[in-house]
Design a protein around this ligand. Structure first.
Ligand code: ADP
Ligand code: MG
Length: 729
């Protein structure tokens, strides 16, 4: 479709009209995963046992056993119709990567057989030298390997014309340095669980094993594919660089939790089906705040698996959308003036019996173990707020953090009034009194009284305690959650260990009073990170400054936390990332930020030069001609014109001309700056120049282009408008 109007006319036709039979989810859930059950049925018991031991941190399985698992996996995949396999991994681009290999090998002259060895299952050398390594592979030994991660089940990705067996993997250099996002997450999981187990031993003689859990709420936008094709800015940068606001946006608050449109519901059902086959436990779906914005949330799982699943879900969202002639926009800020998209990471700790360790229980004041864990987390965020902030730094997220729709760049913790009171009592050495009124009366006899949520809602807090978990809300919708999870795990490991050190030093069989005294010391030190008020307010910014809490608004500056002495020492101590791995990440993410901004600038320049301005010239000519006509008529006394008719038209012409002039001025400036930037090689310097000198021109250009858009005749304007993209679904 070549123009906006055709797209609008076509939208109704793209709605699938048939009702499909829906199967019970439990009958096909996980059918595309090589789950443990399936493995167990297909390999000898001793192979399965060895595999489980390896998975739980024991020795790697021997090659003979690996061969048997590979054979079983391949047979299963072939039965399902797969033709190829791939190590599926998560490079530092934040996306996923795959390089497919077929199962065939030569057997005699013109024949092949299907084969898959344990060696190929466990290790692959995809080369993949064009993926970013941040210098980790520039030395003489530049190889990169993908290695099977047995903690996450293999799965089949199916498209209409083929199926591929995907083996979740890590990506490492010859020297064992992490080239991906998954390996550091796995290492951090080990760090935090060991630290938690040590801390728990102070409270209980029984050995418990701990793991972290995560549920990531995923927000996204959907727009009709026809509009997407007419917006080069969306295609190349993921966001609209131009666009006048729609008269109706989200002011009426009629979208959030509203009735879901049929076309969207069809899409959602399809997404769920695909996700369920892959064992992704999606459980809620709803309309979000902005028009055409939606959310999916899963039931929580082990963190590393949740990270894989979120990557897969994003992939599914994009692919299924195309099937419905929609495009799923995962960018953090596709449209100015309406809410952007985030990803709330819900994070908690569970013991081996599945019990949630961050559940305060019915009497939180007595629950000293819970308070100890809580103190460790508070202390961690206080000490390492800067790296937590860095873990969500990206070009896209820059538009959200601190823009009154997402938590600001200042890290702080919200606890809710009840817990706050308890912490306050500990800090001030007051007795922790019982809270009598734990129930909220509904006042209606047939509706049960609701057990009051231990936590009030505070949507503005970046790191909020919400009942039995923390919710990290500063994460961007497009991000791979492995990185923020890795950071949370690592800083919390240190917080827990510091507490263990102090408690162990205080003696054995400590009384509640003795434990509380230790907590008091930690909480007194770190209480400045606690904030219950409105994080969006100006007052909080000022208050945070008084408390010396970092407020790093700039993405590039925030990333510097990756290479601070404090971070390097922490991450090296816990063997999550060494100094060169951290430096590599800093460089890659800084360069990614810079490259994205340059792409935005170049896209904007081209779009304005070749689409916006030519349209503006046309309209300028039309107005000029109408002015000439008016002037002629004004000479003729027999035609009575309003007195200021000519002046009015002149004013209009002048406005359009002025907009065109200003836009062109800034476009020239932008082009000059792009030349300057191409000569700068230092990435930090580039970032500084792009952020402070170049991007302000985006705003100027946008302001005047958007003004032109709302002035120029609708039939001349070619770029799909906000009201169309946001409301025509
Ligand atoms: P909220 O109303 O606070 O957003 P929900 O019950 O809707 O809470 O859950 C939001 C997300 O939090 C879901 O993805 C859910 O699986 C996840 N979640 C709930 N409990 C935990 C937990 N113990 N650990 C990790 N994630 C959790
Ligand atoms: Mg939530």
């Amino acid at each position: 479709m070549s123009n906006r109007r055709e797209v609008a006319a076509h939208i109704d036709k793209s709605r699938p009209g048939h009702v499909r039979e829906v199967e019970r989810v439990s009958t096909y859930y996980g059918s595309n995963t090589f789950s443990e059950d399936k493995m167990r049925k297909r390999v000898p018991e001793k192979v399965f046992t060895a595999f489980k031991e390896w998975q739980n941190g024991g020795e790697q399985i021997c090659s003979a056993f690996a061969d048997q698992i590979a054979q079983a996996m391949m047979e299963w995949a072939l039965e399902k119709g797969a033709t190829s396999y791939t190590h599926w991994f998560q490079p530092m681009t934040g996306l996923t990567a795959e390089k497919h290999d077929s199962f065939i090998s030569r057997n005699g002259k013109a024949q092949v057989i299907e084969q898959f060895s344990g060696k190929n299952l466990i290790l692959s050398e995809p080369d993949a030298s064009s993926l970013p390594s941040g210098g980790l592979r520039t030395t003489f030994e530049a190889r990169g390997y993908t290695a099977w991660d047995p903690s996450s089940p293999a799965f089949i990705r199916e498209v209409e014309f083929g199926k591929t067996l995907c083996i979740p993997s890590i990506f490492v250099s010859y020297n064992g340095e992490a080239l991906d996002k998954k390996l550091p997450l796995l290492r951090s999981e080990k760090a935090v669980t060991q630290a938690a187990e040590r801390l728990l031993r102070i409270f209980s003689k029984d050995d418990v094993s701990v793991k972290t859990t995560c549920g990531a709420e995923q927000e996204f936008f959907l727009i009709d594919e026809g509009y997407y094709r007419l917006r080069p800015d969306l295609q190349l940068t993921g966001r609209t660089l131009l666009g006048a606001p729609s008269a109706k946006g989200q002011q009426l608050e009629d979208q959030y939790f509203g009735s879901i449109k049929d076309r969207v519901l069809n899409f959602m059902n399809d997404v769920e089906k695909e996700a369920y086959k892959l064992g992704i436990p999606i459980t809620t779906r709803h309309n979000e705040v902005a028009p055409s914005q939606f959310e999916f949330a899963p039931i929580f799982e082990d963190s590393a698996l949740a990270a894989d699943h979120n990557q897969l879900l994003m992939d599914i969202l994009k692919k299924i959308a195309r099937k419905h002639r929609l495009v799923c926009l995962l960018h953090e800020k596709p449209f100015a003036g309406v809410n952007g998209s985030g990803k709330h990471i819900n994070w908690s700790l569970a013991d081996s019996r599945g019990g949630n360790l961050l559940n305060p229980g019915s009497t939180p004041h007595d629950n000293i173990q819970f308070l100890t864990l809580l103190t460790g987390i508070i202390s961690a965020v206080y000490t390492h707020g800067d790296i937590l902030r860095a873990s969500v730094a990206s070009a896209g997220n820059t538009h959200r953090l601190g823009a009154n729709e997402a938590p600001p760049a200042i890290m702080s913790i919200f606890l809710g009034s009840q817990l706050s009171n308890i912490v306050d009592a500990i800090v001030n050495g007051r007795p922790v009194g019982a809270d009598d009124d734990n129930r909220m009366s509904t006042g209606i006899s047939f509706i049960p009284d609701i057990e009051r949520d231990q936590t009030d809602r505070n949507r503005t807090s970046p790191f909020a305690f919400t009942g039995a978990k923390f919710e990290f809300r500063a994460v961007g919708s497009e991000m791979n959650i492995s990185t923020p999870l890795m950071v949370i795990n690592t800083i919390v490991a240190e917080g827990f260990d510091a507490l263990s050190d102090a408690l162990e030093a205080a003696g054995e069989n400590l009384s509640v009073t003795a434990i509380t005294a230790v907590l008091q010391k930690f909480l007194q030190e770190s209480k400045d990170i606690l904030f219950e008020g409105d994080n969006y307010s100006r007052e909080w910014e000022e208050e945070a400054a008084r408390r010396n809490l970092p407020n790093v608004v700039s993405t590039a500056k925030a990333l510097e936390a990756y290479i601070s002495k404090k971070t390097i020492s922490l991450f090296e101590r816990y063997e999550v990332l060494n100094s060169s791995e951290l430096h590599a990440r800093y460089m890659i993410w800084l360069e990614l930020y810079n490259n994205l901004l340059v792409i935005e600038a170049e896209t904007l320049e081209e779009l304005v030069q070749t689409e916006v301005l030519p349209t503006a010239y046309k309209f300028q000519r039309e107005v000029g001609e109408s002015l000439r006509v008016l002037r002629d008529m004004d000479q003729d006394d027999s035609i009575p014109l309003p007195i200021h008719a000519v002046e009015d038209r002149i004013e209009m012409f002048a406005h359009i001309t002025e907009d065109i002039y200003i836009v062109r001025k800034h476009i020239h400036k932008l082009r000059d700056m792009l030349k300057i930037i191409s000569k700068k090689s230092d990435q930090a310097e580039r970032a500084d120049y792009l952020t402070n000198d170049l991007t302000p021109h985006f705003e100027h250009i946008r302001k005047h282009v958007d003004h032109l858009e709302s002035t120029i005749a609708d039939d001349l304007w070619e770029l799909p408008k906000y009201r169309e993209m946001l409301f025509n679904l």
